[in-house]
Design a protein around this ligand. Sequence first.
Ligand SMILES: Cc1cc2nc3c(=O)[nH]c(=O)nc-3n(C[C@H](O)[C@H](O)[C@H](O)COP(=O)(O)OP(=O)(O)OC[C@H]3O[C@@H](n4cnc5c(N)ncnc54)[C@H](O)[C@@H]3O)c2cc1C
Length: 315
Amino acid sequence: MQAVTRQGMDRTRSLGRSAVPFQLRVLHDSGEITEVTARAVIDASGTYSTPNPLGSNGLDPLGLAEVADRISHALPDVLGRDRPRFAGRHTAVVGAGHSAANTLITLAKLAVEEHGTTVTWLIRNDTAARVSASEDDELRGRASLGERVRRLVDSGAIAVIDGFEIIRVARTPHGVDIAGSRRGAVAHVDADLIVAATGFRPNLEMLREVRLDLDEIVEAPRRLAPLIDPNVHSCGTVEPHGFAELQQPEPNFFIAGMKSYGRAPTFLLATGYEQVRSIVAWLDGDMANASAVQLTLPSTGVCSTGDASVQSCCS
Ligand SMILES: Cc1cc2nc3c(=O)[nH]c(=O)nc-3n(C[C@H](O)[C@H](O)[C@H](O)COP(=O)(O)OP(=O)(O)OC[C@H]3O[C@@H](n4cnc5c(N)ncnc54)[C@H](O)[C@@H]3O)c2cc1C
């Protein structure tokens, strides 16, 4: 799907708007572009295809175009088809979430098998709080990721550079010079490759003709945002929510799934299943089921706030 609009109505036209069907422009595998109409739209297109830039300012760092071929996006298949790319090389993994953790673990394993493979982990905060080995994490697999990364860091298999905010990248004969601001000074990391595991953001371009009310910080539906904003909490838990919280000013239009969390990183599949169940019940006129939202999510056990003045959800 390339774009959503209302039939014959751009975003500015109001009169009789809700009675007019949606029109979706669809690009087919054959290259043909067609348009289909719909009574309602649930945008569950995820965020995976729009990763966050490497720059700590939210933009691509200066010089990115000249090193684009030396950057891999989140979750390369390090021990599989991408093995030749990483074997014997020094890779800088950027990001502090679970995608970074997965890549660090596989690169450390590759380093044992392939001589000359080394790994540096670049994080912009002082600690990678979300990849902690919390004993209270109710998802055992997630907790074990943190534990494994911690052990690899402690053993020296992964070199960590914290407080590193990338500002510029430049091509070197064999790789990339990564320049960053660190503790008030400019620091450099010389790597062969970069893995950008900096998270994801929603693609809002296809929704330019749709009336949206999104939070200005996380770009999630406004009523959902306070429940998930990582500045407020990082518990991974969220209150049960459904059609009511996800409704947009554009009648019968919803954003669900990973995209409903905007830039917040804590989405779990169970949330999306319950969101869509509630929305579909509402579209079907079944208010009882639409309103009966039930959601119990496993806590990460890492209940910190980035801002001490903010009341933690987890306190
Ligand atoms: C690395 C990683 C690991 C995760 N692990 C877990 C986990 O273990 N457990 C868990 O509960 N959650 C996990 N999550 C979080 C989340 O549950 C998943 O990201 C989940 O896949 C999100 O589901 P979704 O349907 O919203 O989006 P997606 O799974 O990304 O699906 C979106 C779909 O929309 C399609 N699409 C995109 N753009 C368009 C378009 N313009 N037109 C038409 N189709 C489009 C895509 O091709 C895709 O098929 C993980 C997330 C990541 C990034």
